[in-house]
Design a protein around this ligand. Structure first.
Ligand code: AMP
Ligand code: MG
Length: 309
């Protein structure tokens, strides 16, 4: 399998593979995805086996155009309209009632479907060239770190795709915010690239979280997820000799300086953990970021990266 530059000719190669029922790794602004034709149940099946992902963990469907929504969504809502117009293309995923064109395997048997329009020219061009929406979860093995660079795609994934389109480093660097907009009772199912504050400002009111096992549960929100091989622990201070991510001056090559800004931190977090992980370290210490709203998605990923094995 080849890493291809995203020239128009290579985007056509990738589109042909997708339409032939194969998988392609694609860049988005959040993380790299492993994409299949969302209307082809057999192709979607290949995503689950490549990732070793449980069948009840639903996929996000990616569109390049509002018109495609007509075929995917059974019931568009006022909240969906407002948030899509405000944040698409961008790192926001909307959960809505699904149409019959979306196979049950995409949604893990749920009657809702998660949709987003990615803010990445290569992803948008590919979806357009395919003429079908693409189901594309992150291109990592189940529970592992999501790739934010083409060369971070794990060999077990790379060997099962037709090609990897190289769109450079991902701008956002962690996954999209997933929001339930099936009704006007809007809930955040997973924090991500668009902050709670931004969503609340767009809606003009505060938002709740969905209870983890309530009627609007979001399968796939595991305690351990987005994790390197090494153990991850958040600490107040990273000792001089330790391996870790810190805000100050590194004292060894096994320490990486992180920016004191939630968006900049998110954008390099997975790449930094990947780099330390590739040195086969046992534990990565992370200096505690501020416990404030804009850091919510970063905190969510740090907690899960260090979650129970
Ligand atoms: P990713 O691995 O980044 O593609 O994440 C997909 C995640 O979105 C899943 O693990 C779920 O947590 C969430 N999700 C996808 N579809 C739905 C749905 N229909 N209802 C609720 N949550 C969903
Ligand atoms: Mg994922």
């Amino acid at each position: 399998m080849a890493i291809l530059d995203p020239s128009p000719a290579n985007i056509m190669v990738a589109a042909d593979a997708i339409l032939a029922g194969e998988l392609v790794c694609i860049p988005t602004e959040t993380v790299y995805g492993i994409a299949a034709d969302a209307t082809n149940a057999e192709a979607v099946e290949k995503i689950f086996s490549a990732k070793n992902r449980p069948a009840d963990n639903p996929l996000i469907v990616h569109v390049s155009d509002f018109i495609q929504l007509d075929d995917i969504v059974a019931e568009w809502t006022e909240a969906a309209d407002l948030l899509a117009n405000r944040f698409w293309p961008g790192p926001l995923t909307l959960v809505l009632r699904k149409s019959e064109f979306i196979p049950d395997s995409v949604t893990g048997g749920l009657d809702t479907v998660a949709i987003r329009m990615p803010d990445h020219a290569v992803a948008l061009e590919l979806i357009e060239a395919c003429g079908v929406p693409l189901a594309a979860p992150s291109a990592n093995r189940f529970m592992r770190l999501s790739p934010t660079r083409a060369e971070m795609v794990a060999p077990e994934i790379a060997e099962r795709v037709a090609c990897i389109l190289d769109g450079g480093p991902c701008r956002v660097g962690l996954e999209s915010t997933v929001v339930d907009v099936t009704s006007n009772n809007v809930k955040i199912l997973r924090p991500g690239g668009v902050s709670r504050g931004e969503i609340q400002a767009a809606l003009g009111r505060p938002l709740g979280d969905a209870p983890p096992d309530g009627p609007r549960r979001s399968p796939g929100n595991y305690d351990r997820h987005y994790a390197p091989r090494a153990a991850v622990r958040v600490v107040d201070e990273v000792p001089e000799a330790a391996v870790g991510l810190i805000f100050g001056e590194p004292t060894s090559s096994r320490q990486i300086r992180m920016p004191m800004d939630p968006e900049a931190f998110a954008s390099t977090l997975y790449a930094a953990m990947h780099l330390l992980d590739s040195q086969k370290v046992e534990e990565i210490l992370v200096q505690s970021p501020p416990d404030e709203g804009p850091w919510e998605a970063v905190w969510d990923r740090l907690r899960r990266a260090g979650g129970e094995r």
